[in-house]
Design a protein around this ligand. Structure first.
Ligand code: PMT
Length: 398
């Protein structure tokens, strides 16, 4: 079921940055209710948040266009998590002392979901004993408080008080939304994206993988408490902040990196589209085209290492290994062969010719094939939900 997150925006200069957070959460299919203090509306308009969240923004406690219950008790009852970002010194004081003199502070008191407070202010204000005492108080209430970043502040000085990076707030939100820490203490390595094989200094062979599938696995695993290593070929996606990100270029480099980390891993998942061939001899200079368009160019290709097969040979006794199979025909039979030759615990087959499956799309349609012959076909799901289903199966095998 989609989660609902309340984003409480208070009146600090960092309020404008929260637009990016709202849009990031919406992309993950998280329902967002934005609640602003009057002061916050001086820094960014409710219209911006209404457009990004697709919902009316709540500001006024006394707005009689809606029922009183809907305004604060009702909003609080719907939430899986309430986030206050940026949280000003004034608002933190209100939370610490249980004041309820506007809509957001009233919702904080009525709220029973976890509360995440993200302070951002001038560094002297942040260090002030009264603010520190209030922060300690709200931590003692059981609320999660993020430390502000250090750096240049809007007031022209440098120090601790900056709003943490949006990616870090987002990662904290994902962690709090996923209290199930069933991969805590486990190290998971997943690869993603396309490998690239050079033809000459400017050209290379790659494929259509974006990394969406592998990134979804990395992010879900991190949210479930795993220590995640994401080995990534070419991908347009931003590295998730909560994982160790290791960028690579070709299949050989990806193989070397994964072999290096293999002994320390409990779980290895191969979601990358690894090129099966590379150019036998890369041209040292940029290859010139002839004037005649009918000229033919023959490139000789040789095989790349099969990464999962290499790792499969050195599999540790309790290491769980999962592969994907990108197929266009005889899906189950072809996937079964890969499951065996690569010594995997199960394989995730996707028919990449189907609409909404495989490369680039936000969704996938997969079939799990296990060593004992069990076959489980799943309907079309978001890549995030496919990642969750894969990790649920991994947890059972651990
Ligand atoms: O990245 P996206 O745009 O989100 O697309 C997702 C995806 C289609 C790439 C993903 O769902 C997927 O199917 N990944 C595996 C792609 C692939 O290379 O499949 P394959 O059937 O050729 O290989 C089988 C398995 O062996 C895969 O786990 C692959 O990572 C691995 N392999 C393949 C070749 C090779 N040289 N070394 C390998 O380890």
């Amino acid at each position: 079921m989609p989660k609902t997150v309340g984003i409480g925006v208070t009146g600090g200069i960092a309020a404008y940055k929260i637009a990016e957070l709202v849009s990031k959460l919406k992309k993950e299919d998280i329902d967002v209710i934005v609640i602003m203090t009057e002061a916050a509306t001086e820094f960014i308009t409710p219209l911006t948040f209404r457009t990004l969240s697709g919902r009316e923004v709540l500001v006024d406690l006394w707005d009689d266009s809606r029922e009183w219950k809907v305004q604060h008790i009702g909003a609080a009852e719907q939430l899986d998590l309430l986030v206050i970002a940026p949280a000003t010194a004034n608002f933190i004081a209100k939370v610490a002392h249980g004041l309820a003199d506007d809509l957001l502070s009233t919702i904080v008191l009525a709220n029973t979901a976890p509360l995440l407070v993200v302070p951002a202010m001038n560094h002297n204000m942040y260090k002030n004993q009264a603010v520190q005492d209030n922060l300690k108080k709200i931590k003692d209430y059981g609320y999660t408080v993020m430390d502000p970043d250090s750096g240049d502040l809007a007031c022209g000085v440098s120090g601790q008080g900056r709003l943490p990076e949006i990616d870090h707030i987002y990662a904290e939100i994902k962690k709090l939304l996923c209290p199930r820490q069933d991969l805590s203490g486990k190290r998971l390595m997943v690869n993603a994206g396309t490998t690239c094989e050079d033809i000459d200094p400017v050209r290379f062979i790659a494929n259509r993988s974006t990394g969406k599938m592998g990134f979804a696995i990395a992010q879900d695993a991190a949210a479930r408490g795993a220590d995640v290593i994401l080995v990534c070929g070419k991908s347009p996606l931003e590295p998730p902040p909560e994982v160790k990100f290791v960028p690579v270029w070709g299949a050989e480099e990806m193989c070397e990196v994964m072999q290096k980390y293999q002994p320390a891993c409990d779980i290895i998942i191969g979601a990358a589209a690894v090129g099966d061939f590379r150019i036998k001899a890369m041209a040292e200079q940029k290859m010139k085209k002839a004037n005649d368009a009918s000229e033919e160019l023959v490139l000789t290709l040789v095989g790349t290492p099969d990464i999962l097969k290499t790792l499969g040979k050195n599999k540790k006794p309790r290491q769980v290994m999962v592969g994907f199979a990108a197929e266009t025909e005889n899906i189950v039979a072809n996937a079964k062969k890969k499951l065996e030759t690569k010594n995997l615990d199960f394989i995730v087959a996707n028919d990449v010719t189907m609409e909404g499956a495989g490369f680039s799309s936000d969704t996938n349609i997969v079939t799990f094939i296990s060593r004992d012959g069990e076959i489980q076909s799943l309907p079309k799901m978001s890549k995030q939900d496919v990642a969750t289903a894969i990790l649920d199966k991994v947890v059972k095998l651990l």
